[in-house]
Every structure is written in C-alpha cells, then in structure tokens.
Design a protein around this ligand. Structure first.
Ligand SMILES: [Zn+2]
Length: 276
C-alpha cells in the first residue's frame, strides 16, 4: 500500500503550517508501509538528484564551470531530478513518490545538517511542488496554492525541460556506455537497507532512464555501499574518479545504505546529503 495522494497532501500542508514535531514523529510506527512508501519517494529523488550531478559533469562539463556556484549546481540537480521524475497526472504512484520527496524535505531536522551546500529544505520542497504544478497546471491545480505566489511555475518547468532537452538529451538513437549497477556488501547490519533498495528498483529505474535519454561517453557506475567509517557515512554522492586521461574518467554515484537505514528506522530525521 502506498501513501495516498490525499494523505500525503494533508501531511504536506500540515508540514508547511507546523514543522513536524517530535511528538508526531514518535506516534508513527517506524518502518511500516507508509514509511516505506515515503522513504522510497525520497530515496528515488535523491538518487536522481545525484544523476543530475553526474550528467552535468559528464555531458555538459558544468561542474568545473566557474560561472556556476555550488549552490547553482545543487538547484540545478534538484530541477534535473524533478524533470526526470515528473509524473503523469494519471500515475498515482509517481505522484505519491514526488510528493513524498517534497514532504521529506519538510521533515528534515535542519539542526543536524552539517556543511549544507543545498538550499534550505523548505525551499527544496516548494521547488518540487512548484515544478510538479507547473508540469501540468490543469491536472495538478490542487497544488497551485502550495507553489510560491511570485513564480510562474509552468514557465519555469518549460524552461528547465527545454534546457535539458537541448543541452543534455541525445537524439541519435544510439546508446552510449552502459551503466554498471553494483550492490556492495551490506556490512554493519545494512541487509534490510540493501533489501529495501533492491526491492524499490530505484537504481535499475535510474539506469534505464539515463541510458534511454542520454548518451554516456564515460564509464559510469551506480553503486549501493556501506559507508560507515567513510568521510560521508549517511549521504548519497557523486564522484568523478580520474582516469589516465580525462576521457577515461569514471563517474560513480554512491548510495549509502546507512542513509536508507536511518530513514527506515527514524522516518526522515537527521538527513544530510552532499555531493562530490
Ligand atoms: Zn547535490
């Protein structure tokens, strides 16, 4: 069972009015089906955000462009995720997941976030809702009042979509390098997180979506890994691993089991996400 649209919307509206309190979170049974649906939407959005970083680096070489600040790149990666995940109005599961991503940001406990290069969580949530509404204002009219009043969300959506279509997508009909998927060993009690990720199909969906629309010129891997003891233990991130020559650089998107495990156990608290 998934979170229904109505439930998720109510949750979302509630979150805007009142930051989710510890008391409310304590009432929720961790790791029930609603939590799982919620975490799946959030994890999918973050994985696609990292794919945005990967494509910006691999196709447009934007990650080294001095005209782009880190904050610009983070906003763009979020927009990238939103364009790739924008659901049809007739796809309730897709709509649920994207709303879960937005609602997930509103539950982030900002006091735990360290060295945050991204926009504030509430801003990221509003951005998702604005672009969801803007992707199909007639079908998603119910979200109009949740979008910022000073924005033309439909125009913004169309501009970003056109940008991605023109700069990033490939229309040759040929496929580039195949993405490798790796499930690393779930050390440190991460088996449930590994099983959850595998069952969600997020990495396989991402591989298919990227390979279908974009021409990858470099070796690329999406890996799930145990990150305990590493520099960034509970994050998703993207690396460009240097090869002998730049065209041999290897792009690696890493999804840490620990981040998924934390979310499944505690809902959405204590989130940190970074890149490169
Ligand atoms: Zn990022």
């Amino acid at each position: 069972m998934r979170v229904s649209i109505v439930t998720a919307c109510v949750l979302f509206v509630f979150s805007i009015v009142t930051p989710v309190s510890g008391a409310l979170r304590a009432q929720a049974e961790p790791n029930d089906e609603e939590t799982q649906a919620f975490v799946r939407g959030f994890v999918r959005f973050l994985a696609y955000h990292e794919a945005g970083h990967m494509l910006m680096g691999q196709i447009a070489d934007m990650n080294r462009d001095p005209d782009w600040t880190n904050s610009d790149r983070e906003d763009y990666a979020d927009r990238f995720a939103m364009i790739l995940l924008a659901p049809d109005a007739g796809d309730p599961d897709g709509v649920d997941e994207i709303i879960s991503a937005a609602a997930g940001w509103l539950q982030v406990d900002s006091s735990i976030i360290r060295n945050e290069p991204h926009a504030p969580a509430s801003f990221r949530a509003q951005e998702i809702l604005c672009l969801l509404y803007g992707s199909d204002p007639d079908s998603f009219a119910e979200f109009a009042e949740l979008a910022p009043s000073d924005r033309d969300c439909a125009a913004d959506y169309q501009a970003i979509e056109a940008d991605i279509n023109e700069v990033f997508k490939d229309y040759s009909g040929e496929t580039g390098q195949e993405i490798r998927i790796v499930y690393g060993p779930p050390n440190g009690g991460m088996q449930p997180a590994r099983d959850f990720l595998f069952e969600s199909g997020v990495m396989e969906d991402l591989k298919a979506d990227i390979e279908f629309d974009f021409y990858l010129t470099h070796p690329t891997t999406i890996q799930a890994v145990s990150c305990q003891g590493k520099a960034k233990p509970d994050t998703f991130y993207t690396d460009r691993v240097r090869g002998a020559t730049p065209d041999q650089d290897h792009f690696v998107i890493s999804l840490c089991y620990e981040m998924i495990d934390e979310r499944l156990k505690y809902g959405m608290r204590g989130f940190e996400e970074s890149e490169e």
